[in-house]
Design a protein around this ligand. Structure first.
Ligand SMILES: *Cc1c(COP(=O)(O)O)cnc(C)c1O
Length: 349
């Protein structure tokens, strides 16, 4: 619950708190020991997400990072390489987990979170070469967080995965914000996930749940993922209490993501024209606003501190890069106010 004197928290869409209705569903959830396959709420959530993503099976995991790390573990061997877009979450925000857990390295393709099939092919290193690390996996982030929440062009995803399959390379969709991509593009989650061997979605971002991600794919791959989850220590017991939040969110919190997108747009449009702000409105397709401060402006830390003093919480992603993320705990009025405050701070330079 947000009280009126609470700050307007736009640091991330992970800061949401479960609503009373979500909590009620969690409290009432039928549960069992999931390690015996006996948690009806987990089983229901997994079946629903598998269906939504058009995959044979799905697996509930504690976090998006674990979903990514299980995918990497299942689809690569040590010494191999993963092709990702610039600033991929997997490469920048998982504490080196892919190297630590699976012994793999990354190769970056394209710019700003996107890459084409041609750029993918150029990044691929063949198996059997005397010096190259063989490319085992290509991972696409949709939406792309550090790219400003952009929707990955579906035609590129289809072409990249087709090229990967032809080359014997696996494909993975990091869909922590796939429902945002779906709502923004008007494409069903199953269509967005279709080209990929494995796909994940987060429940703890825009959907407003306290915990959880779900990984989906063919039965045989999900069976391997079950083992990897156990190895990573992510196998849970009466996790139906958490899965119930996901079931609630699937029914109530997807369509409303359009409001978050409109609110991000409102903030972006308020500040985009101001001198010293570098912000391409074309990148504001969903619930994330990333802008850069020109060299003659205060730096990101100064803008974040000034905003905080006025009750607006945002993040400094880099020395001159600022991010604001909208979500279900900040309404239209709060976002209008955030836009006004940011505009005033930036205009005073
Ligand atoms: C947040 C995020 C993750 C990781 O999710 P956690 O639940 O925080 O571990 C993975 N990928 C992307 C694109 C994300 O934004």
């Amino acid at each position: 619950m947000t009280l009126s004197n609470d700050p307007i928290d736009l640091r991330s869409d992970t800061v949401t708190r479960p609503s009373p209705a979500m909590r009620a569903m969690m409290a009432a959830a039928p549960v069992g020991d999931d390690q015996y396959g006996e948690d009806p709420s987990v089983n229901r959530l997994q079946a629903r997400i598998a269906d939504l993503l058009g995959k044979e099976a799905a697996l509930f995991v504690p976090s998006g990072t674990m979903a990514n790390q299980i995918a990497v573990k299942v689809l690569t061997r040590p010494g191999e390489e993963i092709v990702v877009a610039e600033e991929a979450h997997m490469m920048w925000h998982e504490a080196g987990a892919a190297a630590a857990n699976s012994g793999v390295q990354f190769c970056v393709a394209g710019q700003g979170g996107r890459f084409s099939a041609e750029e993918f092919r150029a990044a691929v290193k063949p198996r059997g070469h005397i010096v190259f690390p063989p490319t085992a996996l290509v991972a696409v982030e949709n939406t792309h967080n550090l790219g400003g929440g952009i929707v990955f062009p579906q035609a590129d995803a289809v072409a990249i995965c087709a090229a990967a399959r032809e080359a014997g390379i696996a494909s993975y969709l990091d869909g922590a914000r796939l429902f945002n991509a779906s709502v923004a593009s008007g494409r069903k989650p199953a269509e967005l996930a279709a080209p990929f061997d494995l796909a994940s979605v987060a429940l703890s971002k825009g959907l407003g749940c306290p915990v959880g991600s779900v990984l989906a794919g063919r039965k045989a791959l999900i069976a391997e993922a079950v083992t990897a989850r156990r190895r990573f220590g992510g196998a849970m017991r009466q996790s139906g209490i958490l899965a119930a939040a996901g079931l609630y969110a699937l029914d109530h919190n997807i369509g409303r993501l359009a409001d978050d997108h409109a609110n991000a747009r409102l903030i972006a449009e308020r500040i985009a024209g101001i001198g010293g702000v570098v912000l391409d409105l074309a990148t504001v397709e969903t619930n994330i606003v990333i802008f850069r401060l020109a060299p003659d402006m205060p730096d990101a830390a100064a803008v974040v501190a000034a905003a905080k003093a006025e009750g607006i919480l945002i993040s400094a992603l880099g020395p001159r890069t600022v991010r604001a993320v909208t979500h279900l705990d900040v309404g239209r009025e709060a976002c209008r106010r955030a836009g006004e405050v940011l505009a005033a701070i930036i205009a005073r330079g």
